[in-house]
Design a protein around this ligand. Structure first.
Ligand SMILES: [Zn+2]
Ligand SMILES: [Zn+2]
Ligand SMILES: [Zn+2]
Length: 372
């Protein structure tokens, strides 16, 4: 989905702030601020029809959201003491949400894009009937994880996707599906030394503007090349501790859950890898490393079913050879592809491709298998 937004004021504000200290923050400048009301307690939905689904993920006015029940009634104290007993929150168009839509039955859900993991819940004391409220670290709905095959959750015995579920990481995984991202990370520049801008610039130059992981050359798009601190200490600028990484590889590093990379930036990197004649991946691990993180649930399924290895990031052109779209994964021989953007999907279909959306491919996996 593409939204047109007027960013002139934002750029003006960014200009007033002076040049960015670290390139990670450049990315955030392109974003619009989150609607204030959506953070914190969130907005109570009047009707489930207000809630959209974006390829299996929950969306409200173009923003990725989650859904939770604030009113815990007489169970509120129990939930405050033990968050396991609280009501689960939803992050996808899971069976529960699907049933609600179908039956027109709807509990009093609140949408929010606060990804702190703390939820404000209310209710009453079952003896005195006095109101009780507080914050609880509610748990994620397991149907939601299953629906997305998040971190391979569907594999029997895989509890870690649930046990170690982190909202920040979850939202970042699907950052390509939404044009607006949490902005609270912006300005978190603590820890960098004053000369960081210069160090980062000269380090990238010394590496010839190449990603030290996937080797893509970003000499013409230097803002997409970041300098990463290997040990996580941002003031430790000794050479051993620095690594030039493209925005895509960087966001896939551990503990980078707050790093949101736009779909267009990821596609630009994929396109450059193609142009620079990268070898096509020959195993699923490589596909996982190169592809958009939002495809991981599907890639896990493919790996388990030993499907043929696809190309990652294939440009599709019209009759004049002009690039009109990109497939995230493509089986060229079978003319089968997966795309995130609706425009990419629609164009590919006109060119004779059989196209699946990301969640469509997870949901109708047998259909993908049939055509390969
Ligand atoms: Zn759910
Ligand atoms: Zn890279
Ligand atoms: Zn880093």
């Amino acid at each position: 989905m593409k939204l047109k937004v007027d960013l002139s004021e934002l750029f003006a504000a960014a200009n007033r702030m002076g040049p960015p200290v670290e390139d990670e923050f450049v990315l955030d400048v392109e974003r619009e601020p989150w609607e204030d009301k959506l953070v914190g307690d969130g907005i109570e939905l009047e009707d489930i029809g207000e809630l959209d689904a974006e390829d299996g993920l929950l969306s409200y006015r173009g923003r990725q959201v989650l859904l939770y029940i604030q009113d815990h009634g007489s169970k509120v104290q129990e939930a405050l003491l033990d968050s396991e007993s609280g009501k689960r929150y939803h992050v996808s168009e899971c069976r529960t949400i699907h049933d609600m839509r179908n039956k027109g039955r709807f509990e009093r859900y609140v949408v929010t894009n606060d990804i702190s993991g703390e939820f404000h819940i209310t209710g009453y004391d079952y003896m005195s009937r006095k109101p009780v409220e507080g914050n609880a670290a509610l748990k994620v709905c397991k149907n939601c994880l299953k629906y997305l095959n998040y971190k391979g959750y569907s594999k029997p015995g895989n509890y870690s996707a649930f046990m170690s579920f982190d909202l920040d990481e979850f939202f970042q995984t699907y950052s390509s599906f939404f044009s607006h991202h949490p902005r609270r990370r912006m300005g978190e520049k603590e820890g960098y030394t004053r000369d960081w801008a210069e160090i980062s610039r000269s380090y990238r130059q010394s590496r010839n503007y190449k990603c030290e992981k996937c080797s893509v050359s970003l000499i013409n798009r230097p803002q997409l090349l970041h300098v990463h601190h290997v040990n996580g200490v941002k003031s430790d600028n000794c050479l051993d501790n620095l690594k030039a990484l493209c925005a895509d590889c960087h966001s896939k590093e551990a503990f980078h859950e707050g790093m949101y990379v736009s779909h267009s930036d990821r596609q630009a990197i994929m396109r450059l890898r193609q142009e620079q004649h990268f070898d096509e991946p020959d195993n699923w691990q490589q596909v996982m490393e190169l592809a958009d993180s939002g495809l991981r649930g599907f890639i896990e399924q493919c790996r388990a079913e030993r499907l043929t290895i696809p190309e990652v990031g294939l440009d599709i052109t019209d009759v004049n050879g002009e690039v009109k779209g990109m497939l995230e994964l493509a089986w060229r021989k079978n003319m089968v592809g997966i795309a995130i953007d609706e425009e990419d999907r629609n164009f590919a279909i006109t060119q004779g491709w059989k196209i699946f959306s990301v969640h469509g491919a997870i949901d109708k996996f047998h259909q993908v298998k049939e055509v390969l």
